[in-house]
Design a binder for this molecule. Structure first.
Ligand code: UT7
Length: 349
């Protein structure tokens, strides 16, 4: 059986740095509140018209492909994770395929929010292990700044998120001693609505306790995105932060331990844990629970905020560029988020 390993990695963050104090012009918040509750000091926002989720992915992908020592024409398949696609459809995978002038390869979009990249990695790993593909481009990219409620009403969500992209080339190898050891995917849709963006969607409030009254013919076609939805801010993400936090601090350690146990390893064996950058307090709680030293966990939410599907590859890339990951190191990637979905991947670098 083939083994898959990360042959190249890249990241891209927009130049525009937005500090906590910069947000004061839109909403009632404070640098102190944001830092104390989340650890975030600043984030990046993409250029309004010149940068999209896909253009950022292109920049990250170019670096990953170059570092893998291959060209875009060598890529056999794309797996693209995002919750902020350029278009509602088609997905970003095909836009990336077009932008990089790749062959007519398959392109798959993954909609698993914060755990999107780890899910994408798992999918790519299976394709390589089965022998179907040799070089897969796996990407996580988000342009959150385009879809947040920047009024005080939306501050619990909007201060957290930032824009950016990360990409890897996952490559087939015969070396069984390195690469992806295992991946572990989970979901529990019971609380799907507590971290969600409902619209545009086809639900017509079916899942909530507030059913839409029967609508007349004049409203046909407006249910997907109506004026009323926009007037009442139903086109923005919605989050019960404390409920998400409580679940995250249970599921993160659980899925990390699951990955370690599946490989007869323990937290002490880890050189580096890269948790999805949801909240520094969550990462610190996980570190404490697993009794990991500071040098065993990498966080960069302070600089970039929560970049959802991009956070794990950005943190992994930055940690690698800083020399924190060396050949043979045991690295765990873990994520938790909307759905809920959560996932981990254990790899030998
Ligand atoms: O990556 C996807 C997964 N997402 C997560 O993992 C997020 C998990 N949750 C969290 O990170 C935290 O719950 C938040 C950072 C979102 C919020 O922190 P919290 O400590 O749970 O605060 P809270 O929501 O309980 O709100 C406490 C207070 C409220 O005011 P009152 O009701 O106590 O008067 C909020 O209205 O803080 C207020 N608040 C703010 N104040 C200033 C909420 N957002 C802000 C803000 N600035 N940005």
């Amino acid at each position: 059986m083939h083994q898959s390993f990360i042959a190249g990695i890249g990241m891209y963050v927009p130049k525009n740095v937005v500090t906590n104090n910069d947000l004061l012009k839109y909403m009632e918040t404070s640098d102190e509140w944001i830092q104390e509750r989340t650890g975030i000091q600043e984030r990046r926002y993409a250029h309004r018209t010149e940068e999209t989720t896909t253009t950022m992915a292109v920049e990250a992908a170019k670096i990953a492909i170059e570092r893998a020592g291959i060209t875009p024409q060598d890529i056999d398949f794309i797996v693209f994770a995002t919750l902020s696609p350029d278009y509602y459809f088609p997905g970003c995978g095909v836009l990336l395929q077009r932008a990089l002038k790749m062959k007519e390869i398959g392109a798959l979009d993954i909609r698993n929010q914060c755990s999107g990249f780890v899910y994408a990695l798992s999918v790519a790993d299976q394709f390589i292990k089965s022998g179907m593909y040799k070089n897969i481009l796996v990407v996580g990219s988000e342009k959150h700044s385009f879809g947040l409620d920047f009024s005080t009403r939306g501050r619990n969500v909007s201060v957290i998120f930032g824009d950016g992209a990360g990409a890897i080339v996952l490559q087939a190898s015969q070396d069984s001693k390195r690469g992806i050891l295992s991946t572990h995917l989970h979901s529990d849709g019971e609380s799907a609505e507590i971290l969600a963006m409902y619209n545009p969607g086809t639900h017509a409030n079916h899942w909530t306790t507030d059913p839409v009254a029967a609508f007349d013919d004049a409203e046909i076609g407006q249910m997907f995105m109506s004026h009323q939805m926009i007037d009442t801010a139903q086109n923005f993400p919605n989050m019960d932060g404390p409920a998400v936090f409580k679940k995250a601090v249970v599921k993160f350690p659980e899925v990390i331990l699951e990955a370690l146990q599946a490989n007869n390893l323990s937290p002490a064996d880890l050189q580096l844990l890269i948790p999805h950058q949801a909240n520094l307090r969550i990462a610190q709680f996980v570190q404490q629970r697993l009794k990991l030293r500071d040098d065993q966990v990498y966080n960069n939410i302070q600089k970039y905020g929560n970049t959802t599907a991009a956070s794990v590859p950005i943190a992994l890339c930055e940690a690698w560029e800083m020399g924190k990951i060396k050949e043979g190191d045991l690295v765990c990637l873990a994520a938790f988020g909307s759905g809920f979905t959560w996932a981990s991947a254990l790899l030998k670098w």
